[in-house]
Design a protein around this ligand. Structure first.
Ligand code: C2E
Ligand code: CA
Ligand code: CA
Length: 406
């Protein structure tokens, strides 16, 4: 049985080796790609891209080439604003190929795959299909619902913002050690609005304070309700770094915690590292106060900011959350493994709890186990769910936990 043709009509193959190019051409033909263009180095490829119309839907590029090599070609693609998906194919070592893929990502290019030669038909097909799927998923996520401050303010008024909880489990034993509180908004006509859309609106409009206090209140109530049912589940709450500019924030959170009859060790405050920037003095003082009062302090999305190390040394954090972009696909990518391993080692030396975000597969879980990560969070364990659902989920989770044990 022959597989259906892929959804790309034309391709440009850039390689200085005639033999390798010929091989790539025959694979593309076999996949049903109708128009195939060839260039023997980056400069020729750029000239072709400027000349041909319509532009190819894919560029397959070698790394080592005379005149203009692969990396330089990718930089030029970005500079000239060519928005064409790219596949990197080279016979060089894995780590080097991964680095170029990383570089393409940083440049904002759409690198579908970075593969070792010889190029294989099924690998190429898979990369093209994944790209299609991801594009569709991204398009559906990107729908701008046109959220504004007024509608968000109304939502808070009408209690449309509620909280879901995602478990964090011990990497060695699989036992659930806590949950992260994640804000959810169901608008009466727009339906579910993703947090990536309403949190930035809240931050721009000063509503973030009200929203955060609302989320904290719900999470603390839930923590108490779980406790009444015999569940001990510390909750992590996301705190926008903007709020650290309020000098009375630690006091406010403390009073809230006392009102709910909780101890501070039941609460972890997660703060994104990338934006601890303005009014550093006040922010540091609030963080120090939170820590003095006994709250856990977690550095969120670790690895995505710029001055990570510097901030770790300055602020009394208790936990490091490694961003999911370093976890997803790590078993197949050596460069991610290096980053993961060194982040975990560094955190261990500093006495910090490490949490890996976005764990989706058992392979990723096992790898984190091997590296000595403390906690894992992600769809492999569970997606975020309501506080009530979590009680039932905990019961059936026991079987799964046994399979996750080291
Ligand atoms: P975050 O703090 O990094 O939260 C984790 C996000 O990863 C959540 O997305 C969660 O649903 C998602 N996630 C968890 N496991 C997996 C997995 O295995 N695979 C994948 N692909 N994703 C996974 P969500 O709920 O959409 O939240 C997005 C962001 O919105 C959060 O990122 C956080 O920065 C922000 N946010 C959510 N609630 C609040 C809040 O109450 N206050 C503030 N300030 N920010 C919030
Ligand atoms: Ca978080
Ligand atoms: Ca995060």
């Amino acid at each position: 049985m022959t597989a259906p043709p892929v959804s790309i009509a034309s391709v440009l193959i850039v390689d200085d080796s005639f033999v390798q190019r010929d091989h790539a051409v025959s694979i593309c033909k076999a996949l049903g790609i109708a128009r195939i263009h060839e260039a023997s180095n980056g400069r020729e490829a750029l000239a072709l891209l400027t000349a041909i119309s319509p532009r190819p839907g894919l560029v397959i590029v070698d790394l080592e080439m005379p005149t203009m090599d692969g990396p330089e070609f990718l930089v030029k693609l970005q500079e000239l604003g060519f928005d064409i998906p790219v596949i990197v194919a080279s016979s060089r070592e894995r780590a080097l190929i991964d680095t170029v893929r990383e570089m393409g990502g940083v440049l904002g290019l759409h690198v579908l795959a970075a593969v070792q030669k010889p190029l294989q038909a099924d690998v190429l097909r898979q990369a093209i299909q994944n790209a299609k799927g991801r594009e569709l998923a991204r398009a559906s996520q990107r729908v701008d619902l046109g959220v504004d401050a007024t509608s968000l303010s109304d939502a808070l008024e009408r209690s449309e913002v509620y909280v879901h909880y995602q478990p964090k489990a011990d990497i060695r034993t699989g036992i659930v050690r806590g949950v992260e509180a994640l804000a959810r908004w169901k608008h009466p006509t727009m339906g579910q609005v993703p947090p990536d859309q309403f949190i930035p609106v809240a931050e721009r409009s000063q509503l973030i304070h009200r929203l955060t206090i609302d989320v904290m209140n719900q999470a603390m109530l839930q923590n108490a309700a779980w406790r009444a049912r015999g569940l001990h589940l510390p909750v992590a709450i996301n705190l926008s770094p903007m709020l650290l500019e309020r000098s009375d924030l630690a006091l406010e959170i403390s009073s809230l915690q006392q009102c709910h009859g909780l101890t501070p060790d039941q609460i972890v405050i997660e703060i994104t590292e990338s934006s601890l920037v303005t009014r550093v003095g006040t922010a540091l003082s609030v963080l120090a106060q939170l820590r003095l009062r006994g709250f856990g302090l977690s550095i969120d999305d670790y690895g995505t900011g710029f001055s990570s190390m510097q901030q770790l040394a300055r602020i009394p954090f208790t936990e490091l959350k490694i961003d999911r972009s370093f976890v997803r696909g790590a078993p197949e990518r050596e460069s991610l493994q290096v980053i993961l391993r060194s982040a975990i080692e560094m955190a261990n030396r500093l006495g910090l709890v490490t949490v890996a975000e976005g764990v989706e597969t058992l392979d990723e879980w096992r790898m984190l186990q091997e590296y000595g990560c403390t906690l894992g969070q992600g769809w492999l364990i569970a997606k975020p769910m309501s506080g009530e659902d979590l009680i039932g989920w905990m019961k059936q989770y026991r079987v799964q936990a046994a399979q996750l044990r080291a």
